[in-house]
Design a protein around this ligand. Structure first.
Ligand code: IPM
Ligand code: MN
Length: 352
């Protein structure tokens, strides 16, 4: 049966890179004789400003029930400074579809791209699992005397046993399935002695069920330092929503820039959502300069999730060989535009 994919190009360079990701998916379909049923959805800043609708009332249920996967370009527009539409579309889908795993690989494809001295592809190759449905992102709290010198702003961090347990479990399951031997959990339990004590307890408990996998703990500040100092030590990192947001931007840089980084928002077994880690970069929108590689690698993650492992591997191989041949945009030192980078990857896909 053909896979049904909702495509939300979104805002800014999200539209530019989505064109390339879709081009690659269509090429994969041809090369491998697969059927993908791609369905464009208009949600984003323009649609919100025109209609007042960020997501229609039945939007989340429609995504969940009518599609196998959701592909998003990027969201964010200066005309909507409170990011209302982006919150509804991106965070809303994470919450409503309960996409509790934010899977963000950190993989250097070519030593040339790494800002760290003397580091190559073997040194930067791990995956971050960011908890994606709770933590500081739930918007629980309030403002008192807002706008006055006496303002009090409270933003609560939510850690539930269920939420912490399922993301840590996922990290260990992934390690086991991929023959990996270490899982590092990062929290701030030295300062946040209440909420993060839960992470400590659950990590110790789950680790005990995986005798072949070494559990490692780092405070989040130390993790950030170690990612720069010696990234080769990491295989699997698991952390909370906010910390995962931050360290995956750091991870993006050590793999060559924000434009290189891919992500999947998953609820294993259910409709899940894929997007590059970068934002909408309105300044560069429509100029054929954005790096589409993170978007294309996110499409590869989606193919893998949809059970098309061979196809995903072919896309990754095509991207890797293009990058190593210097075929790419300015962000990675190449001379190609967004479109030409997509074409180069498609050409390699067809040749291999
Ligand atoms: C990300 C982004 C989002 C996040 C923003 C746009 C709300 O930075 O996907 O990493 O913080 O999750
Ligand atoms: Mn982020």
């Amino acid at each position: 049966m053909s896979k049904r994919i909702a495509v939300i190009p979104g805002d800014g360079i999200g539209k530019d890179v989505t064109v390339e990701a879709v081009k690659v998916i269509r090429a994969v379909a041809e090369v491998f004789g697969q059927a993908f049923d791609l369905h464009d959805l208009p949600y984003g800043a323009d649609y919100y400003l025109e209609t007042g609708i960020s997501m229609p009332p039945n939007g989340y249920a429609m995504l969940r029930d009518e599609f196998d996967a959701i592909y998003i370009g990027a969201l964010g527009d200066p005309r909507i400074p409170d990011m209302r539409h982006a919150r509804d579309i991106l965070l809303g889908t994470r919450f409503e579809l309960d996409l509790y795993v934010n899977h963000r690989p950190v993989r250097l494809l070519d030593a040339r791209l790494c800002p760290l001295k003397d580091r190559g592809p073997d040194d930067v190759n791990f995956v971050v699992f960011r908890e994606n449905t709770e933590g500081l992102y739930v918007n629980i709290g309030g403002r008192f005397k807002a706008g006055t010198p006496d303002e009090i702003a409270v933003q609560e961090e939510i850690n539930t046993y269920k939420g912490v347990h399922r993301i840590i479990r996922h990290a260990f399951e992934y390690a086991r399935a991929h023959g990996l031997t270490k899982v590092c959990m990062a929290d701030k339990s030295n300062a946040l002695t209440l909420g993060h004590a839960l992470w400590q307890r659950v990590f110790a408990g789950v680790a005990g069920e995986y005798p072949g996998i070494e559990p490692i703990h780092l405070y989040i500040d130390a993790l950030a330092m170690q990612m720069v100092k010696n990234p080769a030590q990491f295989q699997v990192i698991v952390t909370n929503n906010m910390f995962g947001d931050i360290v995956t931007d750091l991870g993006a840089q050590i793999q060559g820039g924000l434009g290189m980084a891919a992500s999947g928002n998953l609820h294993p077994g259910r409709t899940s959502m894929f997007e590059p880690v970068h934002g909408s970069a309105p300044k560069y929108a429509g100029k054929n300069v954005a790096n589409p590689i993170g978007a294309i690698l996110s499409a590869a993650l989606m193919l893998e999730y949809l059970g098309c492992e061979r196809e995903a591997a072919a896309v990754e191989a095509a991207v890797k060989s293009a990058v190593q041949a210097g075929e790419g945009p300015a962000e990675i030192g190449g001379a190609l535009g967004t479109k030409e980078t997509g074409d180069a990857i498609v050409a390699r896909l067809r040749k291999n």
